[in-house]
Design a protein around this ligand. Structure first.
Ligand SMILES: Nc1nc2c(ncn2[C@@H]2O[C@H](COP(=O)(O)OP(=O)(O)OP(=O)(O)O)[C@@H](O)[C@H]2O)c(=O)[nH]1
Ligand SMILES: [Mg+2]
Length: 256
C-alpha cells in the first residue's frame, strides 16, 4: 500500500500542476502553430519570420482529460541578440524541467546544425518528435533520426493543415496512462514532503519485517514499528502515543 502511494506521487503532482510539455525546436519549424492547434485558438503569434516567439508562453489546457501545462518556447539557435538570448535560455530551462519534450523538426529541409544540437540534447530521453511540414515533402532521413533518438515517438504532421493533431493528443494520453506516470487507485500524493515521509515509513517497516524474519528481540522491532507510525503520523498530522505501541506489542508478547 505504501509502495503504491509512493508510485502515485508523480500522478499527484501532475493533477496539481499539470503534465508539463515543452514544445522545442529551432526557429520557424511550427512550434507556435502547434501551441495554437492544441489550444484551438490563436494564442501565440505565428509568422514566417524565424525568431517570432521571443519569450516562453505557458497555457494550461486539458488533453483527453489530462491537465497539461503547455509551454511554447523561443526557437533555439545561436544568436547575438540580447533579448533572444534570454528567451533561448528560458527555452532550455523548459526543456530540462518538462515531463515531456515535444521536439519539432521541419521535415522538408535537411537537418541543420541547430537541429543536430537539439537532437543530441534529447538523446535517450522519452520524447515526442514531430516531423512537421509534411505537406512540403519529406527530405529528412527518418531512420537516422530513430537511431539518434531511440526512445522517441515519431509523428508525421502538417500542423498548419491540422494534420496529425489527433495523433499527438493520443500519444500524450498513452504516455501519461501507460508510462511511469500511470495512476494506481484513487489516492494521489501531491506533496514532495509526503512522498519523502512515505519512503521513510516504508524503509522503517521493511527493517521491522526483516528483524521479525531474523527472530530479533521484540524491543528492537518495536523501535522500527514506532518509527513507521511516526512517519505516517506526520502525514496525517497525528503523533502516535506510546500507549498504542504498548497495546500492539502487548498482543505480540502474549505468545512469548
Ligand atoms: N507548409 C507548412 N507551413 C507550416 C506548417 N506549420 C507551420 N508552418 C508555417 O511555418 C511558419 C513558422 O511557424 P511558427 O509556428 O511561427 O514557427 P515557430 O517554430 O513558432 O517559430 P519561432 O517562434 O520563430 O521559433 C509559419 O509561416 C507557419 O504558418 C506546416 O505544417 N506546413
Ligand atoms: Mg514561435
Amino acid at each position: 500500500m505504501i509502495q503504491k502511494l509512493i508510485s502515485s506521487a508523480d500522478t499527484g503532482r501532475i493533477i496539481k500542476e499539470g503534465f508539463k510539455i515543452a514544445i522545442v525546436g529551432k526557429p520557424n519549424v511550427g512550434k507556435s502553430s502547434l501551441m495554437n492547434a492544441l489550444l484551438k485558438e490563436n494564442r501565440a503569434i505565428v509568422t514566417d519570420i524565424p525568431g517570432t516567439t521571443r519569450d516562453t508562453i505557458v497555457e494550461d489546457i486539458t488533453i483527453k482529460n489530462i491537465p497539461v501545462k503547455l509551454i511554447d518556447t523561443a526557437g533555439i539557435h545561436d544568436t547575438e541578440d540580447a533579448v533572444e538570448k534570454i528567451g533561448i535560455e528560458k527555452s532550455k530551462e523548459s526543456f530540462n524541467e518538462a515531463d515531456l519534450v515535444l521536439l519539432i523538426l521541419d521535415c522538408s529541409q535537411p537537418l541543420s546544425a541547430e537541429d543536430e544540437k537539439i537532437i543530441d540534447t534529447v538523446g535517450n530521453r522519452k520524447a515526442l518528435v514531430l516531423l512537421n511540414k509534411t505537406d512540403l515533402g519529406m527530405v529528412l532521413d527518418e531512420n537516422s533520426l530513430y537511431e539518434k533518438m531511440p526512445n522517441a515517438i515519431f509523428i508525421r504532421t502538417a500542423v498548419k493543415e491540422g494534420i496529425g493533431i489527433n495523433d499527438i493528443e493520443k500519444e500524450i494520453e498513452n504516455l501519461v496512462y501507460n508510462g511511469q506516470v500511470k495512476q494506481s487507485g484513487n489516492t494521489f500524493i501531491t506533496n514532495v514532503r509526503h512522498t519523502n515521509l512515505l519512503v521513510s515509513a516504508k524503509s522503517a517497516l521493511d527493517d521491522a519485517i526483516n528483524m521479525i524474519r531474523l527472530g530479533e528481540a521484540l524491543e528492537f522491532i518495536e523501535i522500527d514499528v514506532k518509527r513507521t507510525f511516526e512517519f505516517l503520523g506526520e502525514i496525517v498530522g497525528e503523533t502516535v502515543s506510546d500507549s498504542i505501541i504498548d497495546e500492539v506489542f502487548s498482543r505480540f508478547c502474549l505468545g512469548k
